[in-house]
Design a protein around this ligand. Structure first.
Ligand SMILES: Cc1cc2nc3c(=O)[nH]c(=O)nc-3n(C[C@H](O)[C@H](O)[C@H](O)COP(=O)(O)O)c2cc1C
Length: 224
């Protein structure tokens, strides 16, 4: 059976916990991952998670997954790493077939470049390819508040067929810690990619709750 292929791009916005969790979850499903990391994403990743990835010698273990991740999560050939300036990568061409792309987290800079069709790096180019080939493109922007320019860029991408999936967690599903928040967003991304998951409880209506009432006092205490 042909494995599904997804492009995952990390750009330099806050929210690296979403990216790390997403890769962890995707690595447990039957799919190939083409990973691209922007220059600033390396820095934000280190600032927010302490994970330092050698730019020239990428290994999945560098992402902070367990030491056994290479065999457990990423058997050889499951993850393909591409340098952000490598326009010769397969994913730069529409002739290379993929099942979708996600930019998580997505900066306003990358969003603007995609909205304007500027292929200044491999992330922009792969996103452009996904739009032109009418394949799924999911952007997970992280900014607040939004300027009119940023909103217009999002509208432009949505009109072109992209999906804007902001990192806006909901609280009705009984979230009680930061993992719950991260899982909620990652679950919504996986839903869009068609990846089966039960990362977060699903709303079934008030009559049939799958959701336990969270301990909000504990949560507020944790948030400091
Ligand atoms: C610690 C840190 C956090 C940042 N957070 C954001 C953010 O949440 N959203 C955003 O649009 N840009 C953010 N930036 C700025 C972007 O990294 C910067 O605009 C960069 O040029 C984006 O390049 P890229 O899209 O190629 O990653 C942040 C930068 C740093 C250093």
């Amino acid at each position: 059976m042909c494995k599904r292929k997804f492009v995952v791009a990390l750009t330099g916005a806050s929210g690296m916990a979403y990216a790390v969790r997403l890769l962890e979850v995707m690595s447990t499903c039957e799919c190939e991952i083409h990973l691209v990391i922007s220059d600033t994403a390396y820095e934000v990743l280190e600032t927010e998670t302490g994970i330092s990835i050698p730019r020239q010698e990428f290994t999945p273990c560098a992402l902070g997954l367990s030491a056994s991740c290479e065999s457990k999560f990423f058997p050889s050939g499951r993850i393909h790493f591409h340098r952000c300036d490598d326009f010769t990568a397969a994913i730069a061409s529409g002739s290379y077939r993929t099942d979708g792309m996600v930019v998580c987290p997505c900066t306003m800079g990358t969003l603007g470049a995609i909205a304007s069709g500027l292929s200044m790096n491999l992330i922009h180019r792969a996103a452009e390819v996904h739009l032109k080939e009418h394949r799924k493109l999911i952007l997970v922007p992280r900014e607040t508040p939004y300027s009119l320019i940023q909103l217009e860029n999002m509208t432009r991408i949505a009109r072109a067929g992209g999906i804007i999936l902001p990192a806006s967690p909901a609280f009705y599903q009984g979230v009680s810690d930061l993992n719950g928040i991260v899982n909620f967003i990652v679950s919504r991304i996986c839903d869009q990619l068609g990846i089966e998951n039960s990362l977060s409880p699903r709303w079934r209506g008030p009559e049939e709750p799958e959701i336990e009432t969270p301990d909000y006092e504990k949560f507020i205490e944790m948030a400091g």
